[in-house]
Ligand binder design. Structure first.
Ligand SMILES: [Zn+2]
Ligand SMILES: [Zn+2]
Length: 302
């Protein structure tokens, strides 16, 4: 199976702590390296994670609060220094164009790489933002007081051939390609339809819901996902603070995962007031068993 791994480069919120960097999450899946919310010092976290920044193919900025974007300029410089051959796609809320430009052009350098900007017009309807050969990328406006986008990365359905059936029906060599292209092929056994020897494997999905109050859009983004990366800035004991600052508690994050039918939830964006991440797992598991707390440099597979 191809690589399917989420690496937590930072799981802090507004303030760094000794053990938590600002946000930054790298989702490596098939040929893509999706980097979400590169907060300050993301570039350095790649070194600690022993991952080459050249793995990055697409960067997503949910919103322009500093803990989600201050590392963007440095990441662009780094990719430039490494002369990455692939174009780097960057998605961000359209209304933050000014901040994007400030970050992109924050220092002197000669651009050697191709950057494809995707200023995203946000609405509370989940909308298709981009489509690649392998994935559909959706976005939806969250509820954080400013434009802030939640993402859903959906793998496209793929057709899988069943070896034994191909053999049984006498389909081999270039005939396989012909069958895949045309949907039908004639062998010494007669006509063979694609459905006779193959099946459609539905694609998996991952959602990223960071910086928001509990909202219906979060549930929609996370519907049946294999992995939900979600903010849980506070515990339920501080739910008034969460409400005031437009964030969520571990309980609320777990309720979203449960309502959405997610398979696994990873909580992040922890307030500096908590020194242990485990307290989030303890609280969330009352509502959703497959709850895990992020930790800097921890990886999750799905
Ligand atoms: Zn934040
Ligand atoms: Zn924020």
């Amino acid at each position: 199976m191809s690589l399917r791994e989420l690496t937590i480069l930072g799981c802090g919120s507004q303030q760094h702590t000794r053990d938590r960097n600002h946000n930054a999450y790298l989702l490596r899946w098939k040929t893509e390296g999706f980097l979400f919310d590169p907060g300050e010092a993301t570039q350095r976290q790649f070194i600690f994670a022993k991952i080459a920044p050249t793995a990055v193919t697409r960067i997503f900025v949910s919103h322009f609060h500093g803990d989600h974007c201050l590392g963007l300029g440095a990441m662009i410089l780094r990719l430039n220094l490494d002369k990455v051959p692939q174009p780097i796609h960057i998605y961000y809320p359209e209304s933050g164009k000014r901040y994007f430009d400030n970050l992109r052009y924050s220092s002197i350098y000669t651009q050697t790489i191709t950057i494809v900007e995707h200023p995203v017009k946000v609405s509370k309807e989940m909308t298709l933002v981009d489509e690649t050969e392998e994935f559909l990328i959706y976005g939806s406006l969250l509820n954080h007081g400013i434009d802030c986008i939640g993402w859903r990365i959906q793998e496209k359905d793929t057709r899988k051939c069943i070896k034994e059936k191909l053999k049984e029906k006498g389909v081999h060599g270039p005939m396989v390609k012909e069958l895949l292209d045309k949907g039908v092929v004639v062998t010494e056994h007669g006509r063979v339809d694609l459905d006779d020897v193959s099946y459609v494997k539905p694609g998996d999905s991952v959602a990223v819901v960071i910086d928001t109050l509990k909202c219906a859009q979060a549930v929609e983004l996370a519907r049946d996902v294999k992995l939900l990366l979600i903010e849980s800035t506070y515990l339920d004991s501080e739910k008034e603070l969460a409400e005031n600052y437009k964030h969520m508690t571990a309980t609320q994050a777990a309720q979203i995962a449960s309502e959405a039918g997610a398979k696994k939830m990873v909580m992040t964006h922890f307030s500096a007031r908590y020194s242990e991440e485990e307290v989030f797992e303890l609280e969330a598991r009352h509502h959703f068993t497959e709850s895990y707390a992020a930790k800097d440099l921890r990886t999750f597979t799905f």
